[in-house]
Design a protein around this ligand. Structure first.
Ligand code: NAD
Length: 476
């Protein structure tokens, strides 16, 4: 669905009109485009005392071709960057009267060594000096430690404090700038997550706290096709977010099997054919017609996927809404939403795991919703099912770890699809604007996040919920 307001205020007439009467002007977010380089420009680095991640950070910046400049707080960055042979200089804040383009694309602050609340001033110093220097659609990434891994209560406290800072920066930054906190366990590999959070692929992900554990990570041979040769199952793939997930996974190299109900079989065929046409290597994608909630669906899906040689990625995207306040809701509306959105996922996973259809090292991604985090009027059934998806991810992560598998959820906020087009105008407009980006997300924003979680490089991320909501105020 089109956001006419966003188009209007970004037209030459609309921009002037909006400015003259003080209307907000949502940024046209920079998203991934295959004809544009994914990374470029300058990153400003800041740090607290004893930063632990300078070396891996320099390596990642070198591998993505970004140049760094060091803020005064990042003592030791310049000599270390020089030792790695990386280009680096000193950070100069953006000047309003500057004619030169002195904006930076990203700000990264290494807060891993902050061990006491009295040391949090370093993070103030960096962002006080640097936040105004970030370019439109720029990125803020704070690197910390999982608080409970700090033995000293003061260090735990200080690390937990970073969440408030990072989330507030997302609300202050504007201009489509995102702000996220990566809690990096000792020995964890940061490359996959940093690439995602520095790239336009994370355009609508802000205010998130992501935990990265130490895990055996296989880095892709080609970062532009990290899913090369992987087989993926995407439910509800005929349209909307599911179609976009199927398309992004395929563009990143996966062979995708899309599933949808018999009523959507034509749309599913068209979606999968369009993906096939765009696949440089011929793709080998498939369309499977099935109601995932049918009793026979788990066994049938397992058999069909086994015949293809098994799979590496499962994306539980199919979902429905049947909204009514609980007093007016029929039992059937309750049952069908819980069954399709939650119980069917459990049954399908059980079948795929029991028969080893999902290979070791596999990835499961469930599509939850911010309704499942915050609750929503008229959505007791939907919010229950989506909160259950989050419960499933937390409860299964430990079980799957032994097989090198991960399970995560994405929780979309307001995404422009046929599902949200059905919402009455006033509620739709409120849902669309009540976030730090002042706009709804696109299906591709959810798809890119799913693809990142499904990547081999995301082995250290499991049991988590990543909101794709432009930092929605709902459930924040
Ligand atoms: P959509 O209605 O456009 O697409 C859902 C797809 O799932 C359809 O193709 C539908 O036929 C399929 N499906 C439904 N029941 C099925 C079943 N029993 N078996 C197989 N396929 C089935 O919805 P969407 O907006 O693309 O949403 C996709 C997912 O994202 C859903 O789980 C939804 O709850 C979630 N979500 C969407 C939003 C949003 O703003 N659009 C926000 C939060 C979460």
């Amino acid at each position: 669905m089109k956001d006419r307001y966003l188009d209007f205020v970004n037209s030459s007439f609309g921009a002037g009109f909006a400015r003259s009467i003080g209307l907000p002007k949502p940024e046209v977010l920079r998203r991934h485009r295959p004809d544009r380089p994914e990374f470029g420009g300058i990153v400003a680095i800041g740090a607290g005392p004893s930063p632990a991640l300078f070396d891996p950070l320099i390596d990642v910046l070198q591998s993505i071709g970004m140049t760094s400049v060091a803020h005064g707080s990042a003592e030791g960055w310049l000599p270390r960057a020089n030792r790695h042979g990386a280009m680096s200089g000193r950070f100069e804040p953006h000047r309003r009267d500057s004619v030169a383009s002195d904006r930076v694309e990203a700000l990264i602050f290494d807060a891993t060594g902050i061990a006491d609340s009295s040391e949090l001033g370093a993070i103030y110093g960096f962002f006080h000096d640097a936040l105004r220097s970030v370019a439109r659609s720029g990125r803020v990434v704070v690197l910390g430690r999982p608080p409970e891994t700090r033995a000293d209560p003061r260090a735990w406290t200080a690390q937990r404090a970073l969440e408030g800072m990072t989330r507030s920066l997302g609300k202050e930054a504007r201009g489509g700038v995102s702000s996220n906190l990566l809690q990096v366990a000792e020995g964890a590999d940061i490359e996959g997550a940093l690439r995602f959070f520095l790239s336009p692929r994370s355009a609508y992900v802000s205010g998130q706290v992501i935990r990265i554990e130490a895990a055996s990570v296989t880095r892709p041979a080609d970062w532009s096709r990290p899913l090369e040769g992987r087989r993926a199952l995407v439910t509800g793939a005929a349209r909307g977010i599911g179609a976009s997930i199927a398309g992004v996974l395929a563009a990143l190299g996966a062979h995708v099997t899309g599933v949808d109900v018999p009523q959507a079989s034509d749309a599913l065929d068209q979606t999968m054919l369009a993906i096939e046409d765009q696949s440089p290597s011929g793709g080998a994608h498939a369309a499977l017609v099935a109601d995932i909630a049918a009793p026979e669906a788990p066994a049938e899906l397992a058999a069909a996927l086994l015949a293809m040689g098994g799979i590496d990625i499962v994306v539980h995207n199919a979902g429905i809404t049947r909204d009514k306040t609980i007093a007016k809701m029929t039992k059937d509306a309750w049952d069908s939403v819980i069954d399709i959105n939650l119980s069917a996922q459990e049954r399908i996973d059980d079948a795929l795991l029991a028969q080893n259809v999902l290979h070791d090292g596999g990835r499961i991604v469930g599509v939850s919703s911010i309704s499942g985090i915050a609750g929503n009027l008229g959505q007791t059934n939907y919010a229950t099912s989506k909160a259950g998806v989050i419960g499933r991810v937390s409860s299964m992560a430990g079980v799957l770890r032994a097989r090198g598998m991960t399970i995560n959820a994405v929780a979309p906020g307001f995404i422009e699809t046929q599902m949200t087009a059905k919402i009455p105008f006033a509620i739709r407009e409120a849902g669309r604007r009540m976030n730090s980006m002042s706009q709804g997300g696109q299906p591709v924003d959810v798809a890119e996040t799913v693809a990142w979680l499904a990547s081999p490089a995301s082995a250290g991320i499991s049991g988590q919920v990543v909101r794709v909501c432009g930092q929605s105020l709902i459930g924040a």
